[in-house]
Write a protein that binds this ligand. Structure first.
Ligand SMILES: [Zn+2]
Length: 399
C-alpha cells in the first residue's frame, strides 16, 4: 500500500513539474519587443547592407552573453560581408577598415531614426541570430509600431474607421496568440513579415487613419474561453464565411465555435482563371506520387473537387486543398462555382478571395458603412467572443 502511495505521489509531482514547465508568465512589456522575421541570410556570401542614421553594430560573446560590445558610430550605413566563420563588417564605404570579430553569438544593429534594408524602412532594432546553421534577420519592434504597419498592409487605409479598428484588433490578437505559441516552443522569431502570418512592410505603409485605428483600440484583444483567438481574416468570403474547423481541422479544437460560418452582407467578387491541364497533372503527380498519364475530367461538388485520371481513377480533395495544389492566386477562394475543360486548359470560376475563414474584410467595411461599430463587426464574424484589455487578460491568464 505504502509503495502505491509513493508511486502516486511521484506521478503527482511529475505532472505538476511538467505543467509548471509548460506555463510561462507573460507580461505586457514582453510585447514591446516583438521579433519579426525580415530575412534569412546566407552566412558566407552575406553582403547585408543596412542604412540609417548614427548606425552601429553591437555583439555578444560566449563570455559576455548579455553585454553588447561594439561602439557608437556616426555612419549612415553598415555592410556585413560575412557571418561565418567570422563576422566581417565595415561602415559607410570604408572597405579598407573592415572589422573582423572571431567569436560572437548574436548581433544587434541600432540606428537613431530607422533601419533601411532592401528598400524598406523599419522602426526598432535589428537582431541577427544564429540557429541550426541559419542566420535570421529579425526586427525587434513594439506591438503598436508593428500594427501601424500591418493594418494598412492588410486593409486599405481609406476604408471606414470602424472596419480599420476591427482589423487592428484582429491583427493584434493574431500577433499575441502566435507570439505566445512560438515563444513557448523556444523559436527564434515570433512572426513572419509576410502573408504566412501578417503583411508587415515597414514605415512607408503607415498612414494617419490606420495609426488612429491602432491607437483608439490600444491593448484590446479578442478572447474565447479566456484565451486569445486565432483571429483569421481574409479579403472577401463570397457571401458566407467558412467554418474554420473544416479548413484547419488540425489547428482548431472541434469544441471551439468562434470561427463558425456566418452569412455575409458583402456578396463577394467573382473570379475566373485558367490553368494548363499539364500543370495540374504535374502538381498532382508530385502530391500523390502516382504516375499520371491523362486527366479525363475535373468537377466540383459540395466543397470537393474530383479529378478523373488514368481513365478511371478518381482523386478527390477539398476546395481549400486544391488551392494549395494549383495556386492561391488561381483558385482565389474555396467557393468554386464551375470547372470546365477547354482544350488543353481547365477553367475555374468562383467567388471571393482568401481562405474564407473568420473576419471578411470587404464585409467588415460594408457593415461599418451600415452603421456597425468595431465591437459589432468583431462579434459578427467571431462567435461568442469578448473584447478585453491585454493587461487585464494577462493578470488572470493561464498560458
Ligand atoms: Zn464576406
Amino acid at each position: 500500500m505504502k509503495k502505491y502511495i509513493i508511486i502516486l505521489l511521484f506521478i503527482h509531482y511529475f505532472i505538476i513539474t511538467i505543467a509548471g514547465a509548460n506555463s510561462i508568465k507573460f507580461l505586457k512589456t514582453d510585447f514591446d519587443n516583438l521579433r519579426i522575421l525580415i530575412d534569412i541570410i546566407d552566412s558566407e556570401k552575406t553582403n547585408l547592407v543596412v542604412k540609417g542614421n548614427n548606425i552601429s553594430l553591437r555583439y555578444s560573446t560566449e563570455k559576455f552573453p548579455s553585454i553588447y560590445q561594439g561602439g557608437f558610430s556616426l555612419a549612415n550605413q553598415i555592410t556585413i560581408l560575412n557571418l561565418n566563420p567570422v563576422l566581417k563588417f565595415f561602415y559607410d564605404h570604408n572597405y579598407d577598415k573592415t572589422d573582423e570579430i572571431p567569436e560572437y553569438k548574436d548581433i544587434m544593429i541600432l540606428s537613431s531614426n530607422y533601419l533601411e534594408y532592401k528598400n524598406r524602412k523599419y522602426r526598432g532594432k535589428f537582431f541577427i541570430v544564429n540557429k541550426d546553421k541559419k542566420y535570421y534577420l529579425v526586427n525587434l519592434v513594439g506591438i503598436n509600431e508593428y500594427l501601424k504597419s500591418v493594418v494598412p498592409s492588410e486593409m486599405p487605409s481609406s476604408w471606414h474607421i470602424e472596419a480599420l479598428k476591427a482589423q487592428a484588433i484582429a491583427a493584434r490578437t493574431y500577433a499575441i496568440k502566435v507570439t505566445i505559441e512560438r515563444r513557448k516552443k523556444g523559436e527564434v522569431f515570433d512572426l513572419y513579415s509576410t502573408v504566412l502570418d501578417q503583411a508587415y512592410y515597414g514605415i512607408d505603409k503607415e498612414n494617419p487613419r490606420t495609426d488612429e485605428a491602432v491607437e483608439k483600440t490600444k491593448d484590446l484583444i479578442i478572447v474565447y474561453d479566456n484565451q486569445p483567438i486565432w483571429a483569421l481574416y481574409h479579403s472577401n468570403c463570397g457571401g458566407q464565411t467558412i467554418d474554420g474547423r473544416m479548413v484547419f481541422p488540425k489547428r482548431l479544437d472541434p469544441t471551439h465555435q468562434y470561427l463558425s460560418s456566418v452569412k455575409c452582407q458583402y456578396s463577394g467578387k467573382k473570379w475566373e482563371n485558367k490553368v494548363e491541364i499539364y500543370t495540374i497533372k504535374k502538381n498532382l503527380e508530385k502530391s500523390i506520387k502516382i504516375n499520371i498519364y491523362s486527366i479525363e475530367n475535373i468537377y466540383t461538388n459540395n466543397f470537393r473537387v474530383y479529378i478523373i485520371y488514368n481513365r478511371n481513377s478518381i482523386y478527390s480533395l477539398y476546395n481549400w486543398e486544391i488551392r494549395k495544389l494549383i495556386g492561391y492566386n488561381i483558385i482565389r477562394s474555396p467557393y468554386i462555382s464551375k470547372i470546365g475543360i477547354e482544350g488543353e486548359h481547365v477553367v475555374f470560376e468562383g467567388i471571393g478571395f482568401g481562405h474564407g475563414v473568420g473576419l471578411c474584410q470587404f464585409g467588415a467595411n460594408t457593415l461599418a458603412k451600415n452603421g456597425f461599430n468595431y465591437q459589432d463587426i468583431i462579434k459578427y464574424y467571431y462567435k461568442n467572443v469578448e473584447i478585453i484589455d491585454l493587461g487585464r487578460w494577462l493578470e488572470n491568464a493561464n498560458i
